[in-house]
Design a protein around this ligand. Structure first.
Ligand code: ADP
Length: 603
């Protein structure tokens, strides 16, 4: 929750800081995504150039028609118009083709970008998510990619087309009348200056707008994912107010952006057309004086209008391109974030089968979010294959951190952690994690069937294996009793299951995984006696023959463990079997008296 409140005021600061680096060149980062479809791209460019050339050629034809209107015979006139029809057809086909090619290219590239970004963030270690809200990541995957879609799918091609028209039109204007063109060019600086000045402001504003949108969806997703807590604490109106504040801020930023852009459009269009009218005026006098043919003036005017239209379109597209440049920057930032944990190029290989010997050698670690507090302080531990070790200690002692370090969600600041004698940082994460099964404290249930939820433990498992795992986890009976049995849909986050049932699903998953190392974070909440017993039986079966690390909250669990490791403030303060530790009458004896839930029902 704390993160959402810091996130909200943080956004504008980020805007100021990040906006400066934003340039259109950021769009070049899209090239690697476009390159695989270069054939499509070049075909689109060809269609685009073709239509631009045809547009540029049309005024030449118009001039001939106008100048020969009185003299030419009707036969030649017919030919001109027939040719014009043919050209119209070409123009239509070319434009349609360009649209189809360009839009398809855009959709294709954006689909690839979405996949690449998701592929990247799903593998990021947890410290990444401590700094970035998931809603923000989602907004980058959806909103930012949509912006890029609009750029590749239309803006770039409109810009390119107008650029061609602008350059070509200008050259042809020059050929038609150098004098009038010179006059037109005098106007250009007057148009460029407001574009540059307002354009810069627009860039900052649109980045701000985007950041606020991201902040608001981050805020919403957090509140929605905790909707029960929000309602239980009657926090709805506060949540509404919070969301409405961020949303209004994003609207404000949008409003300022819109006004700036509108102002820019007004200034640019007025200057352009005022200039053209002035030039026409002079042109009209030249025609009267006989210095220029009527057709030439008409041709010049058409080119001038085309060039002006090109400039106007470019100025409008400019802002959009910049918005997309910002979006690209954010996505590329995401794609290139260095993970705090990284795999070696070629990892060492674990012995087959993995025996499950674990060692912590003088491990000291502080979470990146709290670098000053050591969550683990010079921890050394040896755990033999097949041994069951229970970790106990007051809350905040570092028990869960041990589990997280073993999964290599974080790297130690000093010391090392080994599995079968190999340093975890020398192994590829997806490799050694195959040897590890995790039963988290608060098991995650996905919005899928019971069967699929268990299959999560090992994707290639057969239905029979799933059922066997469920039986071993004492989950078979309650699953069979569900309306559709194993095909029963468990609802988002398992809303249809009790705590004990969720745990047994998680245990079945771990059984199915059949890994030599088992990490178990026992639920703190007490279960009813029957669930308790069922879970206990399942855990016993699961830990048989595996190296098992349990963050224990129940007396029954610690009594069964081969060894108990007592932790306090990131240190191992005692270790040994239950009776020995009780006899020492230290922290453990106190905890055993006060803190453990009984769990005796399972005995
Ligand atoms: P336990 O499981 O024994 O209750 P933990 O291992 O969860 O304790 O926590 C050990 C210490 O690390 C605590 O002081 C806790 O506040 C801190 N801590 C845990 N997770 C994080 C995190 N993601 N970022 C910063 N500090 C954390």
């Amino acid at each position: 929750m704390a993160r959402s409140t810091t996130q909200v005021p943080a956004a504008p600061g980020q805007v100021e800081e990040r906006a400066k680096s934003r340039k259109l060149s950021a769009l070049s980062a899209l090239l690697p995504f476009v390159w695989p479809y270069r054939a499509l791209m070049f075909a689109a460019i060809a269609a685009l150039v073709l239509t631009a050339l045809i547009s540029l050629a049309l005024p030449l034809a118009v001039r001939r028609v106008v100048d020969n209107f009185d003299t030419a015979n009707s036969h030649i006139l017919d030919q001109y118009f027939a040719a014009a029809l043919g050209i119209a057809a070409l123009l239509a086909i070319g434009t349609g083709l360009r649209y189809a090619l360009v839009t398809r290219l855009g959709e294709r590239v954006v689909a690839d970008i979405r996949k690449a970004v998701f592929g990247r963030v799903i593998g990021m270690s947890p410290s990444f998510y401590e700094n970035v809200m998931t809603g923000e990541v989602l907004s980058r995957i959806t909103t930012d990619t949509t912006l890029i879609l609009s750029v590749i799918g239309s803006s770039v091609s409109i810009a390119l087309r107008n650029l061609l028209i602008f350059v070509g039109g200008l050259a042809l204007m020059l050929l038609t009348s150098a004098k009038l063109t010179g006059l037109v060019l005098l106007i250009v600086p007057a148009v460029i200056v407001p574009i540059l000045v307002l354009g810069r402001r627009l860039r900052v504003l649109s980045r701000e707008n985007q950041d606020w949108i991201a902040a608001s969806s981050g805020n919403a997703s957090e509140a929605l994912s905790a909707v029960q807590t929000v309602q239980a604490f009657t926090h709805e109106s506060a949540s509404r107010a919070q969301f409405s504040e961020v949303t209004e801020l994003s609207y404000d930023a949008a409003r300022r952006r819109i006004w700036t852009r509108a102002l820019m459009t007004v200034i640019v269009i007025f200057l352009v057309f005022a200039g053209i009218v002035g030039v026409l005026w002079i042109g009209a006098r030249d025609v009267r004086a006989g210095d220029m043919s009527q057709g030439a003036l008409v041709q010049f005017v058409i080119y001038a209008v085309m060039v002006a239209g090109g400039v106007a379109a470019l100025s409008e597209i400019w802002g959009e391109l910049q918005r997309a440049a910002g979006a690209t920057e954010r996505l590329v930032e995401l794609l290139h974030t260095e993970d705090t944990v990284s795999d070696p190029e070629t990892g060492q290989s674990l012995p087959v089968p993995v025996t499950g010997r674990i060692a912590f050698e003088d491990v000291t670690f502080a979470y990146p979010a709290r670098p000053k507090v050591n969550a683990l302080n010079a921890v050394s531990l040896q755990i033999e294959p097949g041994e069951t070790v229970a970790f106990v200690g007051p809350s905040g002692a570092g028990k869960t951190t041990i589990i997280q370090m073993l999964l290599r969600f974080y790297d130690p600041n000093s010391g090392k952690i080994t599995l079968d004698g190999l340093d975890l940082s020398m192994l590829r994460r997806d490799d050694f994690r195959k040897a590890v099964a995790l039963v988290p404290q608060d098991p995650v249930i996905f919005a899928a069937s019971a069967r699929e939820n268990i299959r999560f433990g090992r994707l290639e498992a057969t239905d029979d294996e799933i059922e066997a795992a469920a039986k071993a986890a004492a989950a078979h009976d309650f699953i069979s009793a569900l309306p559709d049995g194993y095909d029963a849909y468990l609802g988002e986050r398992g809303v249809m299951l009790s705590g004990g049932q969720k745990q047994r699903i998680a245990i079945a998953r771990a059984i199915l995984r059949d890994a030599p190392v088992l990490l178990l974070d026992e639920a703190t909440s007490a279960l009813d006696a029957e669930s308790e017993r069922a879970v206990q039986v399942a855990v016993d079966r699961l830990s048989e023959g595996r190296t098992t690390l349990i963050v224990a909250h129940r007396l029954a669990t610690v009594k069964k463990a081969d060894r108990i490791v007592v932790m306090d403030q990131g240190r191992v303060v005692a270790s040994g079997p239950h009776d020995e530790l009780v006899a020492e009458d230290g922290l453990y004896a106190r905890l055993a008296r006060l803190q453990f839930t009984d769990g005796m029902a399972a005995e």
